[in-house]
Design a protein around this ligand. Sequence first.
Ligand code: NAD
Length: 428
Amino acid sequence: MIKEAFNPFRMAQAQFDSVADKLELDAATRDLLRNPMREYSFNIPIQMDDGSRKVFRGFRVQHNDARGPCKGGIRFHPQETIDTVRALSMWMTWKCAVVDIPLGGGKGGVICDPHNLSAREQEQICRMWVRQLSRDVGPIADVPAPDVMTSAQHMLWMLDEYETIHGGKYPGFITGKPVGMGGSMGRTEATGFGVVYTIREALRLLNVRPEDTIASVQGFGNVAQFAIRLYQQIGGTVICVSCWDQNDQTSYSFRKKDGVDLDALLKITDRFGGIDKDKARDMGYEILDGEAWLEQDVDILIPAALENQITEDNAGKISSRVKVIGEGANGPTTPEADKIIAKKNIFMIPDFLANAGGVTCSYFEQVQSNMNYFWEKDEVLGKLDVKMTSAFLAVSELARKQKMYMREAAYVISVGRVAQACKERGWV
Ligand code: NAD
């Protein structure tokens, strides 16, 4: 029998169905929430640099806006599919709801490979994407952001097109803009710092002092670097990090038992989060295989690289010393591995709670842009801490009271909030 290809939207729907059963949602609410409210799928014809015309396919999916304007990134990827965009838009709805920000879930994409497109061609795609959707997105309807292979520059092109069409300044239309052009201070740190705010709270619940803990991290990109920075500031020691090696086309773990030196490692790391392994060896790091980060004798594991990393094949190798897993990445743990982790009695901080600092800071960017008044970095990070901490406490309290796994409790809270908003609006 041919195995069906992995479909993220089917997985997102299956996750929703199981929470819907738990919450005993009625049939109409289920029908409303298990599918996006609106989907746009359209052609993007542009002129290439050689004078030829080429047509790309673009998408925007608005999963649910009962709690506020839709929010979510735009991804440029050759393997983009409408089902990936649908799944990601649904997960955005739950992520915004779990941190209780007044936003819904959306996601967009274009099937293209920016590696093979000039800056001018990418600008044309950005402008045409906005032209096709100019009536359906906007600061009070749907607020896009960067995602895989889109950057602050893409956001500025899109903003410029939107403002040209609508004849005014609307910096709240889009987030992920550069600081000084409507971006927020603290956005670069937000996701990694958010992960550590939740880990700090988990340790408090477990009565463990951060100073007495050591951690191992998968990944050494934006999320991992800032998670390590703050974790070290609160007294923790990171003994192992891992990353992808572009030359060898494999991943490695870098271990230093008395603690990695973040600033020294950053000096030998490229912009994609790849560490130079020869230089690291010269600096006294042990170079281990890619999975070694998971097998370390530590108190905390932070998967902050990519999805599908802790599986039923390797979850058994997690040390009995591990007390907390803080998921920086989206979807690093499979449902089968969750069962093993739950049995080991490890405190799991699930992805859409742990890494919600990014979207929370994007919300702050949107608020600041709409007011045209920008806060200092300390103010942004202070507000972020408050939001992340209260979201964590709400989820952990429910998990404790109902004896639920943390991931399940997070889903129950977020789906419950969105279902209630739909009901109160009279939609179902
Ligand atoms: P990034 O591109 O900056 O860094 C990714 C890191 O993972 C790099 O160090 C890379 O070498 C490493 N890596 C890739 N494949 C690996 C492998 N097989 N083994 C070990 N390391 C590997 O990405 P990022 O922005 O730090 O995002 C990391 C994860 O966090 C992703 O799942 C992303 O969706 C999620 N996330 C990011 C944000 C954000 O604001 N950046 C917000 C929410 C969720």
